[in-house]
Each structure stands twice: as C-alpha cells, then as structure tokens.
Design a protein around this ligand. Structure first.
Ligand code: NPG
Length: 408
C-alpha cells in the first residue's frame, strides 16, 4: 500500500492525509472514501469486535510491583471484506505497571474509540488518528486498535507486517525474563532450564532485599551468560551505593531502576554508574525518548508498542535511537500470540540489536491463542512471513476463553 513512484510525493501525501483527517460525517464516523479521487488502496472497516479472554499463566510471574497469575487479555478484531486483522491490548489487571488497566482500556475502547472505527475507511494506520482525538493518554487502549490497523494494511496488501514496517531479519534473537523466586536455588534451577532451552540472555527481576547478593550468586554460577536486571522502579537515588555494587557483576544493563517519571535522577544515576541503564516505563513516546537522550538518562531503550501507543510510535522511537546510535530491544508484557506476533515483526527492524523479551509461547502458556505458536529455535524466534501478523487466531480457543464481547 505504499505510495508508488507514479503516485503523489510523500509531502503531498502527508498534506492530503492531514486534510482528510479534518473531514467527518455528522455521526463522527471517519468516512474519507468519497473525497479520494481515483485512489483504490483504501479498505473499509466493515465491523469491529472486542473480546476479553482469560488466559492462565503456566506459573505466576512476579516483579517488584506484584505477581500476575492470570492474564485478562483484550483482543480487537477489525473485519474488512473477508479479512480479519488483530490487535492486543497489553494493559494489566491492576494499575501497577501503568495507570491503564484491562477495565480502563475496555471503557476507553468501547465508549470512545471503537464506535468511530467501525465504518471507517483507511489506507494506513495513520488514517485512524481521528478516532483517537480527544483522548489524552491511554496509549495501551489506542495501541490495540492502531496495531490491528497495521495488520489490516499488511493483509490487504498481501505482505507481512514485518516487511511493511521495514523489517530486515527473518528471525530475531530473544531472551527470557524470570520473575522473583522464593529462593536462590529456585532461581538457579530456572536459569539452567532456560539456558538449556537456548535463550540468549537472562533477565532477572530485582527489588530491594533481592538484588546484589542474589545476582552475585547467579554471576558466580554463570560467569559468561549475558545477564540483566529489571527493577520496575523499585529504587531511588538514596540507593546509589547499593546500585553501584551492581557494577561489579558485568550486567548488560539495569532496566528502569528509578521512578517511571524521573528522568533527571536516571541521568544522575547513569553518570555515576558504569552499567548501562535501560529505560522502559519512562518512555511513552518519541518525545520521552528525545528527553532521555538529551539528558543522558539511559544508554539503552526498551520499546514496547503497547506502552508507546502503537507501532508507528514504536518505529519512530526506533528511528530516533538508530540516528543517535542508541541500541534498542523489544520488551514483552506477557502477551498472547497476537501481541507476540506484533512484537516479533517490530523486532525485525534493524535497530533492534539486543535480544528481546519475546519468549516462545510455551514459556507462558500451555496453549496459545494463535497457530502456529511461537517456538524457540537456537536462541531466536522466526519472523512470520505470511500476510499481516502471519499467525491465525484459533477460533475454538477464542470461543472457549471469551468472557465478554462487544461488537460495533
Ligand atoms: O516476556 O512477555 C514477557 C515479559 C517480560 O518482564 C517482562 N515484562 O516489566 O518488562 C516488564 C515485564 C512486564 C510484564 C511489564 C507484564 C508489564 C506487564
């Protein structure tokens, strides 16, 4: 669906798109088709469906902000002329990681966004921007629709989502994230298991009281394994002496040690530490990434499309980081196969040089909602090459696991 050489230039197309965004029907629906002269790359979203499915984690997953036992996953389906495109909302069950939750996202999507998306005509995901007007924040709710729109554009054009995004790899290196364990022995057992399975790097959750000694024990046992720690904002600058002890352990990075909205203290901390700081929760947009870069608040960024409002924003952050030679990697939020597929496509972009939190489906689920499931192959996961996200949602499990549904 890219504009071809014989079509309008990029700048003309951008102006045209802005103009189209201002045109609305009296119902507030987005209907641009009649204003387009002789262009046929558009698709009409005939019907929209949102479902909440419940997925049971194979084992609880615990970070410094609490434990997850089950996932309440929201899936958005855009139906267009025989095509079904999918997006997943990654908001959590509680507002521990961000202020958004499954229930706030359900409300924003069903009350405000989806009624405007049904009946819309689009060529690219950017054409759905009017559906998000008047909504401050709520990136995870918006991303569920935006990512489904990318899937739709790719499927309508017959290509993979990865190639539409500009991906350059057919497989991506992946790591595994290990939640807090009751004892160091249990942690060591898990690490051994995942290394044997072929994971390329190990990320360990930490919090005050379960940090330096625990990681030192791990480092002694696995001197050569790429190890990193994720604090999910569990520390403050007062913990500087303790955090500095981590410098001796050769970690590839420390993820989000300080508060989600504290760029200044992260910059102070980074200047005092040798280990790279990676920001996660702090980066919600390309502007946040610019701020972090300018302040020197980190040396690595974790990009999660859900956290930043979708794939367009994720790609813009990626592009900015490539320009500034800052490595990025793709984070994970205990996604079902739908969100995992979007993450894999994103991670195929050239700047994703570090292994992502994109584990095999089996790491979290006895059965995934998609087929084929994502599997680990020599420390990598293959990037699907079929149309769009390249995996199919299993109708049998969808019917069985749905606990609520709304249609537009
Ligand atoms: O592999 O999907 C995964 C999980 C990786 O540790 C992981 N995610 O803080 O990055 C995180 C954490 C997370 C999980 C965040 C769930 C939010 C929700």
């Amino acid at each position: 669906m890219a504009i071809s050489g014989s079509g309008p230039s990029w700048s003309v197309a951008a102006e045209y798109r802005k103009f189209r965004c201002r045109l609305r029907t009296p119902t507030g629906r987005i209907a641009f088709r009649e204003y387009r002269a002789g262009q046929d790359d558009t698709v009409k979203i005939d019907r929209v469906e949102i479902r909440e499915i419940r997925m049971r984690l194979r084992e609880p997953f615990e970070g410094s902000t609490g434990a997850s036992h089950n996932r309440r996953v929201l899936l958005v389906a855009l139906h267009s002329d025989g095509i079904t495109a999918w997006g997943e909302c990654v908001a959590g069950e509680t507002p521990a990681y961000s202020y958004e939750t499954t229930d706030t996202a359900w409300a924003i999507l069903t009350d405000l966004i989806l009624p405007k998306v049904a009946g819309a005509v689009m060529e690219t995901a950017a054409d759905l921007l009017p559906a998000f007007e008047g909504i401050r924040g709520h990136p995870m709710a918006r991303a569920a629709v935006e990512m489904a729109a990318w899937d739709l554009e790719a499927k309508a054009g017959g290509g993979s989502l990865a190639s539409l995004l500009g991906g350059v790899r057919d497989s991506v290196p992946v790591g595994v994230s290990i939640g807090l364990q009751r004892t160091d022995e249990e942690l060591h057992r898990k690490v051994t298991e995942y290394i044997d399975e072929g994971y390329e790097r190990i990320k360990v959750k930490i919090k005050p009281g379960r940090d330096v000694e625990m990681l030192r024990g791990l480092r002694d046992r696995y001197p050569d394994v790429p190890l990193m720690a994720d604090a999910n904002s569990a520390y403050s600058l007062e913990d500087l002496p303790r955090l500095r002890e981590l410098d001796a352990l050769g970690l590839t990075m420390i993820e989000q040690p300080l508060a989600h909205d504290d760029y200044l203290d992260h910059a102070r901390l980074q200047s005092e530490m040798e280990t790279a700081i990676c920001l996660d929760e702090s980066i919600r947009s390309v502007r946040d990434a610019q701020l972090a870069l300018e302040l020197g608040a980190c040396r690595i960024i974790n990009i999660k499309p859900g956290r930043v409002g979708g794939l367009s924003s994720a790609r813009a952050i990626h592009d900015l980081c490539v320009e500034h030679e800052m490595p990025v990697w793709c984070g994970g939020m205990l996604e079902s196969g739908v969100g995992r597929a979007h993450n894999v496509a994103l991670a195929s972009l050239p700047g994703f040089t570090l292994p992502g939190d994109i584990s095999a489906s089996r790491r979290y689920w006895s059965e995934d909602i998609v087929t084929p499931e994502f599997v680990l192959d020599g420390g990598t996961v293959s990037v699907p090459s079929g149309p769009g996200i390249g995996v199919d949602v299993r109708e049998d499990l969808l019917a069985e696991w749905t606990v609520r549904r709304a249609d537009f």
